[in-house]
Ligand binder design. Structure first.
Ligand SMILES: [Mn+2]
Length: 217
């Protein structure tokens, strides 16, 4: 089988959806899987989502990106002020999934979260959580764009590398992928009743599962 590069959109604690996609994709050691960030918060099973991702490390070439929600979770471990804000934007559900306190955060989860990548790129595609400055190389991107800025607020032109950008973070309430050719957003709002999307960027194959782990297509 040819090597696949598969991006996965914003999971937000929807462990059943992620498990269903992993089952249908059947990742092998030849596959590069790029979850685009926002594994935790809002949905009910953030801890289980992180467990599933950690299991994938032994099964394929996993390149998990950092989302703004993981950035907040890490900052919340150090700062009471951030913690209060984070609780209000979905962190409370994450803490509940860890048994009510992050003091119980397993060591492997801490290592996983602290090792997340800011971006990934192939010869033809670039992968970031949220957005980018089209004139800056990927290692120069500011957090404000890379982690936070919705593409509906600031739509960038094609990146200077010429590569197709695969992004998450901006929820598509329709449940459909936003495909602008040079920029593809695959946050299809699983946690809000839409779909969790996986996209094979070379073949264009799409897999989608909902919060209950039901597949479509
Ligand atoms: Mn996000």
């Amino acid at each position: 089988m040819p090597r696949r590069t598969i991006a996965i959109g914003d999971i937000h604690g929807c462990a059943k959806a992620l498990a269903a996609l992993i089952d249908v994709i059947e990742p092998t050691e030849d596959d590069v899987i790029v979850p685009l960030g926002d594994y935790v918060d809002r949905g009910p099973e953030s801890r289980a989502v992180v467990d599933l991702l950690i299991e994938l490390v032994d099964r394929c070439q996993l390149v998990p990106l950092l989302g703004n929600h993981e950035a907040m979770m890490l900052d919340a471990l150090e700062s009471a002020e951030v913690r209060e804000f984070w609780y209000g934007v979905g962190g409370r559900e994450t803490v509940e999934s860890y048994g009510g306190s992050l003091d119980e955060l397993p060591f492997e989860h801490s290592v996983f979260l602290r090792g997340l990548n800011r971006y990934y790129e192939t010869d033809s595609h670039m992968f970031v959580h949220a957005n980018y400055d089209a004139s800056l190389t990927l290692d120069q991107q500011p957090d404000r764009l890379l982690l936070w800025e919705h593409v509906v607020h600031t739509l960038p032109p094609r990146h200077c590398s010429g590569k197709t950008a695969i992004v998450g973070h901006t929820p598509q309430g329709t449940g459909e992928i936003l495909d602008m050719d040079y920029l593809v957003c695959i946050d299809t709002y699983c946690v809000g009743g839409g779909w969790l999307t996986a996209l094979d960027v070379e073949s264009g194959t799409v897999w989608q599962a909902n919060r209950d782990g039901e597949l479509r297509r």
